[in-house]
Design a binder for this molecule. Structure first.
Ligand code: 13P
Length: 253
């Protein structure tokens, strides 16, 4: 059975002390609640807080992920962080191809494909984001856009490699806007993505791939989103910055 995943993407938020407090609050809540045994919680803080977050995760209540990685192996790339570095910190996951990175840092599907390759080479599981902007949805091009992102970013992988991929469908018009995709819109796109994977790698691989929804996911809408057969969890932005909200979302399964 594929995993249910609730991953918190903190983006560029929190100072050191604030991060410490948030993780400690999340730990408190995780210790007191009983999550569905198939649910994996992941926390993706900014780079400077990864070590602290990993230290808290020793009891394995949650896994830890980075938000970005270099597409290069090592060397003179000032300011970059390599997959080998993340591997040496024993991290589990890394977000790749978030729409904010595509929009503000000009990441293309080719760059994303190289980042995925780096992560797999260094034993990290990529959480690969895809999703259309508002204008693309309004002109009914969302399926073409997502198909291209998945095809160009991921379909160079072997089936064995693809088994380590987590996908996050994040319609850009729903990110940080308070406007959530309806459960029907989410299900429709998730089923479409699973179909693409089945066509390329077969039904068995597709059935084992966790496909997360992201975009204004909150305690109030998580249950109805996660109730859909192809929605395997969420990639949570704003609501992951509040321990109560984040854990309430993890409890929605
Ligand atoms: P929000 O939950 O704040 O809309 O952000 C979603 C997101 O971008 C997660 O990666």
């Amino acid at each position: 059975m594929r995993k249910h995943i609730v991953a918190g993407n903190w983006k560029m938020n929190k100072t050191f002390d604030e991060a410490d407090e948030l993780i400690s609050n999340i730990m408190d809540k995780l210790e007191k609640t009983t999550l569905d045994r198939n649910t994996q919680v992941i926390i993706c803080p900014p780079f400077p807080f990864l070590e602290m977050t990993s230290d808290y995760s020793d009891d394995s209540y949650f896994a830890v992920g980075a938000q970005n990685v270099s597409d290069q192996e090592s060397g003179a790339y000032t300011g970059e962080v390599s997959a080998a570095m993340l591997e040496s910190m024993e991290l589990d996951y890394c977000i790749v191809g978030h729409s904010e990175r595509r929009a503000y840092y000009h990441e293309t599907d080719e760059i994303i494909a190289r980042k995925v390759d780096q992560l797999l080479k260094h034993n990290l599981r990529p959480i690969v984001c895809c999703g259309e902007v508002l204008e693309e949805r309004e002109s009914n091009r969302q399926f073409d856009v997502v198909k291209k992102q998945i095809t160009d970013g991921l379909f160079h992988l072997t089936a064995e490699q693809f088994a380590d991929i987590v996908i996050a469908y994040e319609p850009v018009w729903a990110i940080g806007t308070g406007k959530t995709a309806t459960p029907e819109q989410a299900q429709e796109m998730h089923a479409f993505i699973r179909g693409l994977i089945a066509d390329k790698y077969g039904k068995e691989v597709a059935d084992e791939t966790s496909i997360l929804y992201g975009g204004s996911c909150k305690p109030g809408n998580a249950k109805e989103l996660f109730a859909n057969p192809d929605v395997d969890g969420g990639l949570i932005g704003g609501a992951s910055l509040k321990a109560d909200d984040f854990i309430a979302i993890a409890e929605a399964f």
